[in-house]
Design a protein around this ligand. Sequence first.
Ligand code: NDP
Length: 283
Amino acid sequence: MATIIDGKKVSADIEQQTVAGVARLTERGVTPGLAVVLVGEDPASQSYVGMKERDCERIGIRSFDHRLPAETPQEELNELIDRLNADPDVHGILVQLPLPVGFDTEAVIARISPEKDVDGFHPFNLGQLVRGLPAHRACTPYGVMKMLESYSIDPAGKHAVVVGRSTIVGKPMALLLLNANATVTVCHSRTRDLPAVCRQADILVAAVGRAKMITSEYVKPGAVVIDVGINRTDAGLVGDVDYDDVLPLASAITPVPGGVGPMTRAILMANTVAAAEAITKTE
Ligand code: NDP
């Protein structure tokens, strides 16, 4: 019988640690602050930003809400980032992605001060990850690592297969697993015979964005299956993994919803508090 990896429980544990971090900062007279920048009116992005702001409120992080119309010139967004970089009350900056068409997303990410880049997407932070050095880690893949740790699943020596190679999920996921001494294979849309490659996995991470694509044909008996996917379908929210089909084979599996999703938000809050601790350490 597969262990169901409970993202709600693990994220609640992480939140407790974050709340303790907020208390430590408060003792020093510091209130951690997260600036959330939303450009345009994409409904999914609006909903994500709303959830993050509610998380901040619950945990004791001050959130600074910046909403800009989709037609905002890039220069204006750049100036806002510059102001937030210089603002001592802001310890974390999150620009909700995707930005509307026409924006240079890479330039925006690179403009955020690396120490305030709580999403972990800045080239400096990704470079630190490549080097195995401390930095802000991308929230979703770092959340997956925390889930594995919480269930005593040690990637060392295991074959991890990551399906997806985005900068937000797939690549940092592969690097985190590699840094944890897994043997890592990264798959993408040009991978040949994907099911056969996936069947080699002791730990299979699906970050594809295709509803229920990973069926039992892709899973070795006893594998740990981590479903990062969030797909809105007529039947509701589903992952990239066909949960019911894969469940009898897996030794452990994350559900959708209630798996990786809550972890991403919990890590964002933890990264913000870590940023506030690092930035104010010498004050
Ligand atoms: P992207 O669209 O940026 O990347 C998808 C990746 O999957 C690409 O590398 C693509 O390959 C690969 N891919 C697409 N189709 C196939 C296929 N048929 N076979 C093999 N590989 C394929 O998505 P993201 O990485 O941003 O997100 C992935 C999923 O995770 C989405 O469902 C997203 O909603 C979800 N997500 C969930 C989060 C959470 O908090 N739980 C946070 C972030 C994302 P190629 O590079 O060749 O195009």
